[in-house]
Structure formats: C-alpha cells, structure tokens
Ligand binder design. Structure first.
Ligand code: ADP
Ligand code: MG
Length: 691
C-alpha cells in the first residue's frame, strides 16, 4: 500500500456501519478487533503451496500439491454417493474422492479443466488417490504462492481464506514501528515488523521445525516483546505503589493483639509467629501492604488473619474479611469471631442472604465505622458498601476472586487519598517462576510448618468398580463413631455425561447405611438450609455428608476422618488437595479415597498418582503447573486477563531474564517508550496485572 493511501477503516469501524457478517462476529469473538490484534494472531502451522509435485513422484502419506487436467468426473452411487475426479499430468494420474460435495464441485472440476489440488496422498485400490483435497481451478500460468500459507487458529463460521485476507491487511496497516531504543533489544533478535512478516508469510525455504516449536528468532522476538511489556508493567505497579499512602497501623502495648494471644487455646507455631511479624511490619508503614499469605491447607492461616485484624482495629481502623462463598465465609471466620467478639469487637455480616432491614443495619455499621470487623462475600465490594475507615482488607482463598474484585476492594478507601492494606490468603502456593513474573509486585509470606499433632492423611486411588467395597468401609467407620465426607463433582448434570450426581449418591448411601444420618449439601440449596446441614455435621449428629464442591475450602470438622471423592479425575489437583485438607484435622489417622471412572489418559493417571504420592501442597501446585500451564493455574479466565500468549516461563527463562534487566532501564531512561510498549502489548490488561 503506498504511503499516501487514505487509511482504510479498521474491521471494527466498518462493522459498526452495517450489520455484522458471521465471519466478522467470529473474529470479534476471537478478540480480533484492532489491526494489532490481527497482526499478533499467529499461524498454528503452515501449508506449502509454493511447489507442485509431479503426480508420478508423490509418495504415500505425503501432503502434497499437484496440478493437472481433469480427465474424468463422475458420481458413483453404489452405497453412498461419491464424487470421483481423475486428474492427470505428464507423469501420472491421481483419483480425487469427495464424499461431501455440491453441484459447484462438478462444475469447477469438469473434464478438460486445469486444477491445482492439495492433500494427503494415499495408495488405494485404484492407485494414487486423495480424499477431500483442497482444490482450485487454474490457468497454465497461474502463479504459485511465494510464501508458505499460514493456517490460523479459527473457529466455526470463520473460513481460513477470510481470516487470511483480514490478517494480511491488518498486518499491513498495523503500527509496528520499533518502540525500543536502538541497542536495547538483544542483537540476535530481528525487528518486530520483520519478525511478524516472517511468521505470517515465511519464505519456502524457512525451517518449519523452528517455526513450529517457536525457537526461531522471529518467535523469540515476539516472546521478548511480550515479556518485556509484562515486566515493565509489573515494575511500574511496584513504583506506583511505593508512592501511595496507607494508614500506618500499630498495635498498642497491652492492646487487642496481646489480649487475643492470651485467649487462644494454643501457642503459635514458629512459622505463624514469623509471618505475623512480617505482616505487622508492613502494616506499620504508611504504604499499602500488598502481601500474599500462603500456607498449606490446615497450616493455620486464620489465626494469622485474626492477629492482623487485631492490629488494624487496635490502631482505630476497620478490617474487612472476604471469602468466596457464604458457607466459607461462615465456616472460615467462625473461629476468628469466636476469638475476637469476646474481646468486645463489633462485627458486621455482609453476604447475599442478609437482606432488608438487617442489611441496612450492617451497611450503616460499616459506613459509620461502628463495625470494626466486616465479614462477608463479594457483597462486601458492592458499590453500596462504604467504610468509614477501612484500614485492612483480608481476602481468603484469593485465587477464587477475580482481579477486578480485588481492585474494587482497594478503592474502598480512595476518598481519603489512602488505600487500605491488603492481605491475600491462599492454600495454593504460587511457584517461584510465576511469583517472579506475575507477582513481582506482591510480597509473599509462607507458613511452612503445620501445627503439631497432625497425623498425615493416607490417600488411596481406586477404580469406580471398587465402589461397593468403599461403601462397606464407610459402614464400618461410621459404626465406630467416625464421620465421612463423600464429594461429588456436579449436581443434576445431564444424564448424557454419565455422572453419578450427588442426589443419587445420597439416596444410595442412605439405603446402605440404615441407622445413620446421611446429609446432602449442594450449591443450589438456600443458604439457611446449607447452614443447617453443616451444623448437624459439625455437631456430630450427622455421620455422612454427601456434598458437591461447596465444601472445598475452609470447613473444619476435626472428627471427620474419611473422605471419598467420586470422579476424582474431573477435579484439578489443587482442588483435590483442598478437598482432602478437610480431613486429617484432628489427631485420628485419616484416609482419602479417590474414585475414578476409567479409562484414564496418561496425564489423568499421573495426576491421581501425584495425589497419592504427596501431601505437600507446594509439591502438588508445582505438578499442577506442569500439567496445566500457568493460565489455568491462576484462574486467568476468571480475571478476564489473558496471561502470556507467546512466551513460556520455563522454556523462555533466558528471554525473561533479559526482559527483567531491560525493564527498569527503560522506565528510568525512556519512560515514554516503556509506556507505549505496555499499551501495545497489554492494553487494558495492564491494569489487571497490578491487582
Ligand atoms: P488454614 O490455613 O487451612 O486456614 P486453619 O486456620 O483453619 O487453617 O487452621 C486449621 C486448624 O488448626 C484449626 O482448627 C485451627 O484452630 C488449628 N490451629 C491453628 N494454629 C494452631 C496452632 N499453632 N496450634 C494448634 N492448632 C492450631
Ligand atoms: Mg482457611
């Protein structure tokens, strides 16, 4: 396109004018809106349409392009209708078979036509053949492709030809000017524009291997760009936070913290003491804390949260505590309230089920500052909720909250030019590589020690065929006074999925265990009913609790010593670990039975094996990361922020190091270039990465 040509409207702008076509809608769904999006939509693989293979020289199994004249075109109707086309060149002939075809096929491949076909060559009964090749009518002088033909990730209703054209023009229009000052990019990497042109249209002699395994310098350049943008944005967030102010919170001598420690029924473990001090030091600074408290299931995070809350409240500020669901908020913070309320604290509850007058009362208490502790679910971050003096926000099971929600919480104090301190808690530790890249801006405290007196959980993996044996074992256990969890993956799913859903299992266990109470708990029950069921299980009246994953986190019933997880193959590793953490809370030896329905894939097997082999949540998180990749691991879908598209943290650690070195230099010396780099690569996602 000549430089003077008027800018063509972008696909998105053009689409606004007239109704969108199906391919346009499909493109939007894939996020292909701006020219840069199109330019960065890279091929999955390539097809070589740059050469013609003489028919006589084709080999079985090769995917090749041939050209010749149609010498026969007929429909065979024995059994199924098949279109048979015979193609000939100087070296031999080739039979094309089409099982799906239209009258237009016969027209373009009429006898005497010259056509070019591409497909996989087979040796059939009648000699060389191709099934459903791509084809096009050509003239003897129709040129061949000069570059390899890209095959893009597409979706239903989005033909490759349409996508190719859209991407080729997007690539031309996109602003791919070099943003980084000379000498800053590793010299082995090509300029961005060259890299992208190459990746979309590689010359025929390009080595496909290096393109497909992404080790080609053109790929490396893209990965470097992406990692750099991400590192800049992280460091920027870090620097911005350093400028923010938060209330400096200090516990008073003889105050709430000391009183709390005095009423606790146990002494803190060394690890709990250490992390509590780390948190107290942060809180005392006039700068918002942004700290993750990680510790395995059962490691005792709640008491650490209570101590942090006590510091904030002692200093005259409010503390908000959030858990992902109502039942968890209740279960999770019950102890904390039991400890703190007797010390004279005002607690407000804010969950979806607190309604009407009661809700207004809670809202007023938060807004006036009368409630020192506000506990709840997502309801806490709704717009209507205001705090008089929010000093500390604690989020339990932080990975279950979206990034946007964490951001909203931080803004709850914005009216005072201050931000609250943030403490996030998680039983799913972040592996080091992830911590370095995504959470460079996050301080981490780790509880690496369990409270004394725990007996390790024994995990057993059985095929579903052992179900009756497992039920017999349950009967023995409950007869001896034990309590049992039975976890099912889904409730009332369609029969087609062949899931034993929780209701059926409940009926089955009620029948199998006469004289014992078997309860059912699932996500669709009204909160009051859930609470009633939980209460019966906690008090020991109920022997068996059949539940969907609503019990995943936080439930604390020390007498429960057996857990059965049905369809264990359908759960994520971290989720299984969380679930398993519901048993083994008391001194009795506990067992977790993972029932699976085969056949299992190799990954499926290694996942369940991992569960049986280790009780260490950190080790499990590491394996989970290996198996699932970082996006899944961090619940990226939930946050709406796509994480790294091109780079791979393990494979590209050298590029990552280079990006980490360059990012601060750019921020210091070329802040504008740094800014544009972030905008180009992350756009609105930059904000997300800071949360
Ligand atoms: P999690 O880290 O999974 O949130 P909790 O805070 O629920 O763990 O603690 C698990 C159990 O261990 C609770 O019953 C809690 O009261 C108990 N606990 C916590 N800290 C200690 C300790 N230092 N000594 C003995 N028991 C403790
Ligand atoms: Mg907890």
């Amino acid at each position: 396109m000549p430089a003077s040509a008027p800018p063509r409207p972008s696909p998105a702008a053009a689409a606004a004018a007239k109704p969108k076509s199906a391919p346009q809608k499909a493109m939007e769904k894939l996020g292909l809106l701006r020219d840069i999006d199109l330019a960065l939509h890279l091929p999955l693989r390539y097809e070589d349409e740059t050469q013609i293979t003489p028919i006589g020289r084709t080999r079985e199994g090769d995917t090749v392009q041939c050209e010749g004249e149609v010498i026969e075109c007929r429909i065979e109707t024995r059994g199924r209708r098949v279109l048979l086309v015979r193609l000939e060149d100087e070296t031999g002939d080739l039979l094309l078979r089409f099982i799906h075809f239209y009258p237009s096929h016969q027209k373009s491949m009429a006898v005497g036509q010259r056509i070019r076909v591409r497909g996989e060559l087979r040796h059939g009964f009648f000699g060389r053949e191709m099934v459903h090749p791509t084809f096009k009518a050509v003239q003897p002088d129709t040129p061949l492709a000069e570059a390899l033909t890209p095959v893009y990730p597409a979706s239903a209703g989005l033909p490759q030809t349409y996508l190719r054209r859209a991407i080729a023009s997007g690539l031309q229009r996109a602003d791919l000017r070099e943003l980084l000052p000379q000498g800053t990019v590793p010299s082995s990497l090509p300029p961005l524009r060259d890299a992208l042109n190459f990746l979309h249209h590689p010359p025929p002699q390009a080595r496909l291997g290096t393109l497909e395994d992404h080790s080609h310098p053109a790929w490396q350049r893209l990965k470097f760009e992406e990692l750099l943008a991400q590192q800049i944005s992280q460091m920027q967030a870090q620097r911005e936070r350093a400028l923010l102010k938060a209330p400096a919170l200090r516990a008073k001598p003889g105050g709430l913290v000391e009183r709390l420690l005095a009423v606790l029924p146990f002494g803190l473990t060394g690890a709990q003491q250490r992390v509590s001090e780390e948190i107290a030091q942060d809180l005392a600074l006039g700068q918002p804390m942004h700290r993750l408290l990680q510790g395995d299931v059962g490691s005792g995070k709640t008491v650490v949260a209570a101590l942090a809350a006590a510091v904030a409240i002692d200093a005259g500020w409010q503390c908000a505590l959030m858990a992902p669901t109502e039942i968890l908020a209740e279960q999770h913070f019950k102890k904390l309230i039991d400890w703190l309320e007797p010390l004279g604290l005002q607690v407000a509850w804010l969950t979806g089920s607190v309604k009407g007058k009661a809700r207004q009362k809670m809202l007023d208490a938060a807004a006036s500052g009368a409630a020192q502790l506000v506990i709840g679910t997502h309801a806490v971050i709704e717009d209507k909720v205001t705090f008089a003096r929010l000093g500390l926000a604690i989020i339990d099971e932080q990975h279950r909250f979206g990034v946007a929600q964490r951001l909203a919480l931080r803004r709850k104090l914005a009216s005072m030019d201050l931000e609250p301190h943030m403490l996030m808690m998680s039983a799913t530790p972040i592996p080091r590589t992830l911590a370095m890249t995504y959470f460079a801006d996050l301080a981490v405290s780790t509880i690496d020690e369990l409270p004394p007196g725990r007996t390790p959980i024994v995990t057993k993996v059985f095929a579903d065929g052992k179900r009756q044996d497992v039920i017999e074992k349950i009967a023995q256990e409950v007869a001896g006074g034990a309590q049992v969890y039975w976890v099912c993956p889904l409730i009332e799913e369609s029969e087609a999925l062949d899931l034993n859903n929780a209701t059926e299992t409940h009926v089955e266990l009620v029948d199998a265990l006469p004289g014992f109470e078997v309860g059912l708990l699932h996500g669709r029950m009204p909160p009051a009913e859930k609470a009633a069921v939980m209460a019966r299980f906690s008090s020991g009246e109920m022997s068996v609790l059949v539940a969907t994953t609503v019990i995943e986190v936080g439930v604390d019933v020390p007498n429960a010593s057996l857990m059965v997880i049905e369809h264990a193959e359908r759960f994520g590793l971290s989720q299984l670990h969380q679930l398993r953490g519901r048993v083994g809370r008391g001194a009795v030896a506990s067992v977790c039975v993972l029932l699976y329905t085969g056949p299992l894939s190799d990954t499926g097997k290694s996942r369940l094996r991992a569960m049986a082999e280790t009780n260490d949540g950190f080790e499990i998180a590491r394996r989970d990361l290996d198996i699932r990749g970082p996006g899944e691991f961090m619940g990226a879908r939930q946050s709406g922020a796509e994480l790294l598209r091109f780079a791979d943290l393990q494979e590209d650690s050298l590029l990552l190091q280079a990006a980490r070195r360059l990012a601060p230099q750019l921020l210091d010396k070329y802040p504008e270039a740094a800014q544009r780099q972030v905008a180009r690569w992350l756009g609105s996602k930059a904000e997300f990465l800071k949360a």
